[in-house]
Design a protein around this ligand. Structure first.
Ligand code: ADP
Length: 275
């Protein structure tokens, strides 16, 4: 599947992309992450991108497109990809079209994540990222609490940092830039019949479910706990240890159709003999 996630800063594109990576087994391509990595490595690209990023403006199309072209040329994208944060203006959307047309791999869906302005500002203020594994948390809505808190990269607790562009002044500019440059993509993709909009407010799992539905991906049913306890009870109800071994689940305790036929057979034969 080739997917674009469209939405304002803070709408949850990154968080939901990470979920899709796990469920669909295709890579996430986040231009924001790629640019931040270039800045951290101190490459020429990073040096050129940094000023625009720090002030909340868009990085030059030529830089971003070069980066995307290279990334989409990597073999792991052949089975599909999730574009997160790209395209971000009409020129980028047209360039993406041409790029994918050339390799005959058009987009399958563009999903717009809809979130209220006030909620976006709140989310961005609470957003923290693990400096080691890159997982996104939110101090308000999804803190790294619970049993599974250690970072898969270090085995230590996640090292949470705030993105330098998640400060008040830059956030206001990023939201303005989104309205001016990126929002027109909603109409662009709607006109092509590709847009699917979802309500991206609510807890993360709910939004993931809506996203999967919008993509037409069947959400695997989780095993109902009642089944498990029924199986346990069935084992407990049996009396002898020998029976316990046999009666593992209620399903297994039910005789199979051939067994039923075998059980009825003597009665049938007896009836036949009587006739
Ligand atoms: P957010 O969606 O929260 O604004 P991102 O991580 O997607 O954050 O992007 C961070 C910054 O990187 C943007 O504000 C912008 O400066 C730059 N950037 C990311 N993607 C693009 C893009 N496709 N085109 C231009 N600039 C980009």
């Amino acid at each position: 599947m080739r997917i674009v996630l469209l939405g304002a800063p803070g709408s949850g594109k990154g968080t939901q992309s990470q979920r899709l990576v796990e469920r669909l087994g295709i890579p996430q391509i986040s231009t924001g992450d790629l640019l931040r990595a270039a800045v951290a490595r101190g490459t020429e690209l990073g040096r050129q991108a940094k000023e625009a990023m720090d002030s909340g403006r868009l990085v030059d199309d030529s830089l971003v497109l070069g980066m995307i072209r290279e990334r989409l040329g990597e073999p792991d994208t052949r089975k599909g990809f999730i574009l997160d944060g790209f395209p971000r203006n009409l020129a980028q959307a047209h360039a993406l079209d041409h790029l994918l047309e050339a390799v005959k791999q058009p987009l399958d869906a563009v999903v717009q994540l809809e979130v209220d302005y006030g909620e976006l500002v709140k989310r961005i203020a609470g957003r923290r990222t693990c400096a080691d594994c890159g997982r996104v948390f939110n101090l308000m809505t999804s803190p790294p609490a619970g049993a599974n808190v250690s970072c898969p990269k270090t085995g230590q607790p996640h090292r949470l940092v705030q993105r330098p562009d998640d400060n008040e002044a830059t956030v206001a500019e990023r939201l303005r830039v989104y309205d001016e440059k990126t929002r027109p993509l909603v109409d662009f993709y709607r006109a092509r019949g590709m847009l699917r909009a979802i309500d991206a407010e609510g807890d993360v799992d709910t939004v993931t479910r809506r996203l999967m539905q919008a993509l037409g991906v069947r959400v695997p049913k989780t095993r109902r706990p009642v089944r498990k306890s029924a199986a346990k009870k069935a084992v407990r109800r049996t009396k002898t240890p020998a029976k316990r071994v046999r009666a593992k689940t209620p399903k297994q305790r039910r005789p199979s159709a051939p067994a039923k036929r075998r059980a009825k057979a003597p009665a049938k034969r007896a009836r036949a003999r009587r006739r």
